[in-house]
Design a protein around this ligand. Structure first.
Ligand code: ARG
Length: 290
């Protein structure tokens, strides 16, 4: 294996939503059980730990005001995809979540952004992941192929559709995350990552969450990807946030943490176990404003 020089961390701007009204009140993915008991106080403490970890590592964190009756609003990632200050909003699959779009839109407008409203079902960074030269776009459970076309047209960035096949990994960000290269620098040189047909970014993912054709695409674009096991994926290990060096990751994803460490990344374990009951983890709680 080539020696990989991990690039310097890039300070990020994150938008989050405090879990004041977080709960499991309906079941729209296999992780959610209507009889689930959420420990609200613990959820609050876990979330605060994540926010503190971001700030301690030099990142900026901004807050959307949570709204009563929208228990999944804490999952800020689903509300939009923001690249180069352009905001592609959301259109949620589940009627219970649809009112979240307007709440986030209000925040973006107040912060000085225009918001594009998709015509097709689209769940923001849940299914849309900028990775170097491309936007990776999941479909199968939530975001539609039609939305991928809208994304490509809106950003003018080649958008690669990836078919999700396992209901436990219903959003792309539960099965894949970007380690580095999202800042446009193309990651470290000398690894083949910047050349040819590769994506100029590196990722970690769980192959079995994807159709065989999509797996082939990922192999081709990310020859140096970190391959996660099902156990690590089921522990929400791929629902992680990386700043290029530090990886904010579920402590339960022990194998993946070891792999990242041996590649030179610095895992920062943050336990969001209460949020796993809703099918969400670290990345779900984090919208990156690029
Ligand atoms: N309960 C939420 C849903 O099913 C969880 C969303 C998780 N967010 C994410 N980015 N994967 O919609």
């Amino acid at each position: 294996m080539p020696t990989i020089r991990v690039p310097a961390p890039v300070p990020r701007r994150y938008l989050v939503c405090e879990p004041r009204h977080f709960d499991v009140q309906y079941a729209i993915n296999p992780w959610m059980r209507e009889d689930a008991q959420v420990d609200s106080a613990l959820a609050g403490r876990q979330w605060e730990t994540l926010i503190r970890a971001y700030r301690d590592h030099g990142h900026t964190v901004e807050n959307v005001t949570p709204v009563a009756g929208l228990p999944d609003m804490v999952f800020a990632a689903n509300a939009a995809l923001v690249v180069g200050g352009r905001v592609f909003g959301s259109y949620f699959h589940a009627p219970q979540r649809q009112p979240e779009s307007a709440e986030y839109e209000m925040w973006f407008k107040a912060a000085g952004y225009d918001v594009y409203r998709p015509e097709s079902l689209c769940e923001g960074e849940g299914d849309l992941v900028p990775a170097g030269r491309f936007i990776l776009a999941g479909t199968g459970f939530r975001t539609t192929r039609e939305a991928h076309a809208e994304v490509q047209e809106f950003f003018g960035v080649p958008t690669i559709g990836l078919q999700l096949v396992d209901p436990y990994f219903y959003h792309l960000d539960t099965a894949l995350f970007v380690l580095d290269g999202t800042d446009g620098t193309g990651g470290p040189g000398g690894t083949g990552r910047t050349g040819g047909e590769t994506a100029a970014a590196n990722i970690a993912y769980y192959p079995e969450a994807f159709s065989s054709g999509s797996r082939e695409v990922l192999r081709h674009l990310f020859p140096e990807a970190v391959i996660a096991t099902r156990d690590d994926a089921m522990a929400f290990g791929l629902n992680s946030v990386s700043d290029g060096r530090h990886v904010f990751i579920a402590p339960q994803a022990v194998g993946l943490i070891d792999q990242l460490t041996s590649r030179g990344y610095v895992p920062v374990p943050v336990d969001l176990s209460e949020f796993h009951k809703a099918g969400g983890g670290i990345k779900c709680c984090t919208q990156e404003i690029r």
